[in-house]
Design a protein around this ligand. Structure first.
Ligand code: MN
Length: 290
């Protein structure tokens, strides 16, 4: 099926809110999708810190200790650097081009801050945090980390077009991330006046965030910081660039389980949310110093 997907919606970045004091994010979805929790499944949430500049600060801004259960957080740094720590003893720095793929699974405590040296100097900051849902049978999988650096991504290049592959594959180039359900995540980079055609399974929910520049997607103009939701009525996405442009492309097979979410937990039922709070309050998520 080599039909062009039609454009279902182009989401303008919703009004930003602060996560802690270090992340000024636009909740592209579910908020920008009218709180439709399943439309982008297996992707549940996309918080986008659009390009901005932080003034220098000695004490790093960020978000303190908080729990997660039932899904994965995937953090992308485009500009600036983020440091993280968790209750399983993992820590690290997400540098520009890196991705931290954290499977919260049965439960983890973590904290996320601007990295100390970045914070001292201040400067440009741009990042994405994506929540990838887990199928019911994997919600209580043990927590794990995949620290994926910029050089680990699969790379496909063709005259002015680069497709960096984080998950899944593109024309035989595989991404390093291991996933629980079929997912493709690409970063497409086009120089001025280039085009790129992508074929993604018609049953996979597919969207694209423009990180830099403006792209035409299947004929529709998509400005910087906007997110396109493609209909599931075809397989092909055709991108055209008027100028240098970068986009994050997400595509995944929907998870059919019911979704019951509250705060930092994404589960299947109300009872599982209550249990998550009980377990958290009883210290079963471990300990992490504030
Ligand atoms: Mn978090």
């Amino acid at each position: 099926m080599d039909t062009l997907r039609s454009i279902e919606q182009i989401i303008s970045p919703p009004a930003p809110h602060m996560v802690g004091d270090g992340f000024r994010v636009h909740n592209i979805f579910p908020h920008g999708l009218g709180e439709n929790l399943a439309r982008m499944s297996p992707f549940f949430l996309l918080d986008y810190n659009a390009l901005m500049e932080w003034p220098p600060r000695e004490h790093p801004r960020g978000v303190g200790v908080h729990p997660h259960r039932g899904f994965e957080t995937v953090s992308f740094a485009y500009k600036g650097r983020i440091a993280h720590h968790d209750s399983a003893g993992n820590s690290g720095v997400i540098d520009e081009g890196d991705v931290q793929w954290m499977t919260a699974g049965s439960g983890v405590l973590h904290k996320e801050y601007h990295e100390q040296e970045y914070s001292r100097k201040g400067g440009l900051f741009q990042m994405v945090q994506l929540w990838v849902n887990l199928p019911a049978k994997f919600k209580m999988t043990p927590p794990k980390y995949q620290a994926i650096t910029a050089k680990d991504w699969g790379i496909y290049s063709d005259e002015g077009v680069t497709v960096r592959v984080l998950a899944g594959d593109f024309k035989g180039v595989k991404g390093p991330a291991s996933t629980f359900t079929p997912i493709q995540i690409y970063q497409a980079e086009l120089s001025k006046n280039r085009s790129l055609s992508l074929q993604l399974p018609g049953n996979s929910n597919t969207g694209m965030l423009v990180i830099k520049g403006t792209l035409k997607a299947n004929g529709a103009q998509v400005p910087t910081d906007h997110f396109v939701v493609f209909s599931n009525d075809g397989e092909i996405i055709m991108l055209e660039s008027d100028d240098d442009a970068i986009a994050l492309i997400l595509s995944g097979e929907p998870i059919q389980d019911p979704i019951f979410s509250y705060g930092p937990f994404v589960m299947n039922t109300r009872e599982e949310i209550i249990k998550a709070y009980e377990d958290y309050n009883n210290g079963l998520f471990g300990y992490l110093e504030d």
